[in-house]
Design a protein around this ligand. Structure first.
Ligand SMILES: Cc1cc2nc3c(=O)[nH]c(=O)nc-3n(C[C@H](O)[C@H](O)[C@H](O)COP(=O)(O)OP(=O)(O)OC[C@H]3O[C@@H](n4cnc5c(N)ncnc54)[C@H](O)[C@@H]3O)c2cc1C
Length: 226
């Protein structure tokens, strides 16, 4: 039976990040997904990297740190790793909404987060397809915001993990078997394997069927909550 230091089950953005980080740290890694890596939630969502409406301040800073981590990860992976910068634009149409947005831009800029007002003409030049209402003369611009092509990033993370020796397998649904008070054997389509640590990143469904499993996430980039 083959032995690994770390087995990662579920290769969405979280599991793929964990597999990459563990392989990068020198662990012998087994990475398994029941279907196609990135074929779960990570492949269906628009991954907007931002911290424009994350309160209180400590949560704002956590999200901003996640944005920085994604920029650094993209540089570390090199080439096209699914990170797209360019910022985001926002305007308000009602008086209350505009007051809230103006207060927010001041608050974010005061925290050092790139937040400013630009003319509607400049916003329209950035995004030709925008239908900015006539009454809106200024648009808030958050220059540090970005979006992720999550399936592409997952592919790059797993390729980089494999290049460092990780054993990456798709179409391998996993069940966990307990030995005494520990879960130490994984059963996949290709038989049983053993790992010192088992990281389960399959979202709610498999977490419930994997009691006693400890999860750790070394160097997994912080994700932004919607
Ligand atoms: C509409 C929408 C919009 C969103 N927008 C944003 C956003 O703008 N910014 C943001 O940061 N987040 C956003 N999110 C949230 C974000 O997409 C998720 O938090 C994230 O993708 C979850 O990743 P994951 O790796 O935990 O799970 P998943 O991507 O679901 O990966 C789980 C993997 O586990 C595998 N699996 C399941 N069971 C087993 C098993 N028994 N054995 C082996 N493998 C198994 C699955 O095949 C799957 O590949 C959005 C989500 C949605 C739905």
């Amino acid at each position: 039976m083959k032995h690994y230091d770390v087995a990662v089950i579920g290769l969405g953005i979280v599991g793929a990040s964990a597999a990459y980080a563990a392989a990068w740290a020198g662990a012998r890694v087994l990475a398994l997904d029941a279907g196609t890596p990135g074929g779960g939630t990570s492949g269906t969502s628009f991954a907007w990297l931002n911290s424009v409406k994350k309160e209180p301040d400590v949560y704002h800073r956590l999200n901003a740190a996640g944005m920085t981590a994604h920029r650094e990860l993209s540089r570390e992976l090199g080439g096209e790793a699914g990170y797209h910068d360019g910022g985001s634009l926002e305007w308000a149409e009602g008086d209350d909404e505009e007051r809230e947005l103006r207060e927010r831009v001041v608050r974010l800029a005061g925290r050092g987060y790139p937040a400013e007002w630009i003319s509607r003409e400049r916003a329209a030049a950035m995004e030709a397809g925008l239908a900015i209402p006539d009454r809106v003369q200024e648009v808030a611009f958050f220059a540090a915001d970005a979006w992720l092509d999550a399936p592409r990033l997952i592919g790059r993370l797993l390729a980089a993990a494999a290049a460092r020796g990780a054993d990456v397998r798709d179409r391998t649904a996993v069940t966990l078997r307990a030995r005494g008070d520990r879960v130490e054997t994984l059963a996949g389509d290709s038989g049983e394997v053993r790992a010192e640590s088992i990281l389960v990143w399959t979202r709610a469904a498999a977490c419930c069927s994997a009691p006693r499993t400890s999860t750790r996430s070394p160097r997994a980039p912080t994700r932004q909550r919607c």
